[in-house]
Design a protein around this ligand. Structure first.
Ligand code: PLP
Length: 389
């Protein structure tokens, strides 16, 4: 018996013939690298989130790298962020030769605590070049509190919105805006298959600052002064210049064509995920040893993941519970890890204060299956298994 076929997966990208057809057209067009489709995808994404500029790159890690370089992060600088994130968040700071300084999270949202950020900033002897916040698993962080502090100390804010496409935030308690509008200085998105929409690999930077957008475009293309598209469309010969050292962080037109189709599906994907999350919240709220995620008043999550905390009173430990669910045909994953607890950061990690919530979250969270094509029957299976523990 092949059990894997009956397993309920943790996540599943929502790709159909539409994406196949879009990619096929680009392949047959003869222009497959960064070109007109990338430009079209950028415009569509900028429009969707309401941002002035959007620049496509090869993935969100490279987007974060360019964002930090654009605000001037250099070797020897310090950047405030969270340890409790996918390790790419810390890695991109390290790529700049800078030092990540970790602050603790709020256990309700798994996002940076603005109180802890304040404590960190009040350490007068230290200058910070940027604040890199994460909207963890699609849940918007306390941007209002964080921006207030950032403006007071005049530090740019970069948002790791890898998981947060379609998530919304209200800074004034009245109107809702999409993450990436942007509210900070730069927001970075991912199109990895574990996020809401995918291009295989892919990323995007949004900003309202023209000068940042210019830097992204220069650096993603080897620091070259003209794009391939501009050269192709030009009637005259064009000799490029290389004013700075850049990278090859380009997205391809094949990926962008897939992204355009995925973007059209995003409103339906969001509706479905929000409905599934409501069902989990309603059905699991009476399990005393399990804590469901809750949206703060200012946040509307896209539910990239549904992360529940297993409390000490649970009849099974976290890992035992994961094994029990696996036997019932249900895939789960541990929650987010902490960079400072990984060997890669054993000697690089620096935290001003304790990271006790980060540690607790790492060891007590599991992610439940949640994906766009999830059936009601599959949802019932997960809920029943949890109720019967
Ligand atoms: C997925 C993810 C990234 C990295 O995105 P890639 O596109 O895979 O490079 C960065 N930060 C967070 C919080 C993520 O979840």
């Amino acid at each position: 018996m092949n059990k894997r076929h009956n397993m309920i997966p943790i996540a599943k990208p929502y790709l159909t013939k539409k994406e196949v057809e879009a990619a096929r057209k680009v392949i047959l067009s003869g222009w497959v690298a960064q070109g007109p489709k990338v430009q079209e995808f950028e415009k569509a994404l900028a429009k969707y989130v309401g941002a002035k500029y959007a620049c496509a790159v090869s993935n969100c890690t490279t987007a974060l790298h360019l964002a930090l370089l654009a605000v001037g992060v250099k070797s020897g600088d310090s950047v405030i962020t969270v340890s409790h994130s996918f390790i790419a968040t810390a890695n991109c700071i390290t790529y700049c030769g800078a030092q990540p300084v970790f602050v603790d999270i709020d256990l309700k949202t798994f996002n940076m605590s603005s109180g802890e950020l304040q404590r960190c900033l009040e350490q007068k002897h230290k200058r910070f070049k940027a604040i890199l916040v994460v909207h963890q698993m699609g849940m918007p962080c306390d941007l209002k509190g964080i921006l207030l502090l950032a403006r007071k100390y005049k530090i740019p804010v970069i948002e790791d919105a890898a998981c947060a496409l379609g998530s919304e935030i209200s800074l004034n308690g009245k109107t809702w805006k999409k993450i990436g509008k942007p509210h900070g200085d730069i927001a970075c998105f991912s199109f990895h298959p574990r996020k809401l929409i995918t291009t295989g690999e892919g990323g995007m930077l949004t900003t309202k600052h023209a000068q940042y957008d210019k830097i992204f475009r220069l650096l993603r293309h080897q620091g070259m002064s003209v794009s391939d598209l501009a050269r192709h469309q030009s009637k005259k010969i064009m000799i490029e210049k290389y004013p700075v050292i850049g990278f090859n962080y380009r997205l391809t037109d094949i990926q962008a064509a897939i992204g355009l189709e995925q973007l059209k599906k995003l409103p339906a994907i969001l509706r479905k995920r929000r409905r599934l999350a409501r069902i989990y919240q309603r059905e699991l709220k009476n399990i005393s040893w399990l804590q469901c995620p809750e949206q703060p008043k200012y946040a509307r999550s896209n539910w990239q993941s549904f992360a529940v905390r297993i409390l000490k009173s649970a009849p099974l430990g976290r890992n035992q519970l994961m094994r029990y669910l696996l036997k019932k045909g249900i895939s789960t994953r541990p929650g987010i890890m902490n960079s400072h607890q990984e060997k890669a950061y054993a000697r690089k990690a620096r935290a001003v204060f304790s990271l006790k919530n980060s540690k607790l979250a790492r060891d007590s969270v599991i992610l439940l299956p949640l994906f766009t094509t999830m059936k009601d029957q599959e949802m019932k299976t997960v809920i029943k298994a949890l109720k019967n523990v």
